[in-house]
Design a protein around this ligand. Structure first.
Ligand code: DX5
Ligand code: ZN
Length: 217
């Protein structure tokens, strides 16, 4: 099965965002992954609602918004209005996960939940039928360009088994440190969506790089 590719705009040149978004529009990317960091849930600040709005104005691909923020429930409406097609919250960041996911769907967006490397898959047991997307973090969130954690393969397999057992159709996304080196093993373990930031934006030809990733199996 071929993967869906979600380039992370965090690795773009922010002074040339429109140019980089247009490059992605003309590529085989399936989504644009938008990383929101608040400096509290993660030790870094990226950008927020106005920049997401600006991205949405130029993007022709759906925006996959990854909220690495505490109390994400406060900002769901704002990010949806800004143009998010899917909204992913961290299982570690919200006390009322189920309610939050319901709210995302009620806003007409796809509901996602992300899980940090050190959090066990069992935390997701109760919500697998309430989500469209589960994002397995393969780095500690906060920065692009980190090293892929090898423990992620087993985590993806474990999640895939859980989804099959529960009859969930949620897509499995993997995020952090991904290049063509990890793609095949991740797809074989059950990944549907691969997020890649630095690997794509540092490539000499990002459009060709995306096309190559898209053909991995
Ligand atoms: C990490 C972010 C990732 C990151 C991916 O906190 O959630 O989406 O931008 O970038 P690379 O591929 O460079 O690890
Ligand atoms: Zn991300």
């Amino acid at each position: 099965m071929y993967p869906l590719i979600a380039p992370s705009i965090l690795a773009a040149d922010f002074a040339n965002l429109q140019r980089d978004i247009e490059m992605l529009n003309g590529s085989e990317a399936d989504f644009i992954h938008v990383d929101i960091m608040d400096g509290v849930f993660v030790p870094n600040i990226s950008f927020g609602i106005p920049v997401t709005e600006a991205i949405a104005r130029h993007a022709t691909k759906p925006l996959d918004v990854h909220l690495m923020i505490v109390q994400p429930e406060k900002y769901l409406t704002a990010f949806r209005k800004a143009g998010a097609d899917s909204l992913t919250v961290h299982v570690e960041a919200t006390e009322h996960l189920s309610e939050t996911l319901k709210e995302i769907r009620s806003l007409g967006a796809k509901a996602g939940v992300a899980i940090n490397p050190e959090s066990p898959i069992t935390l997701l047991k109760e919500v697998v039928l309430e989500v469209d997307l589960i994002c397995v973090m393969s780095v500690n969130p906060g920065f692009g360009g980190q090293k892929f954690m090898e423990t992620s393969y087993a985590k993806v397999s474990e999640l895939k088994e859980l989804l099959l057992r529960k009859g969930s159709k949620a897509r499995i996304e993997v995020d952090g440190g991904i290049s063509n080196q990890q793609a095949s093993s991740l797809i074989q373990a059950g990944a549907d969506i691969l997020v890649a930031g630095s690997y794509i934006f540092k490539a000499k030809d990002p459009v060709a790089c995306i096309a190559d990733l898209k053909r991995m199996k």
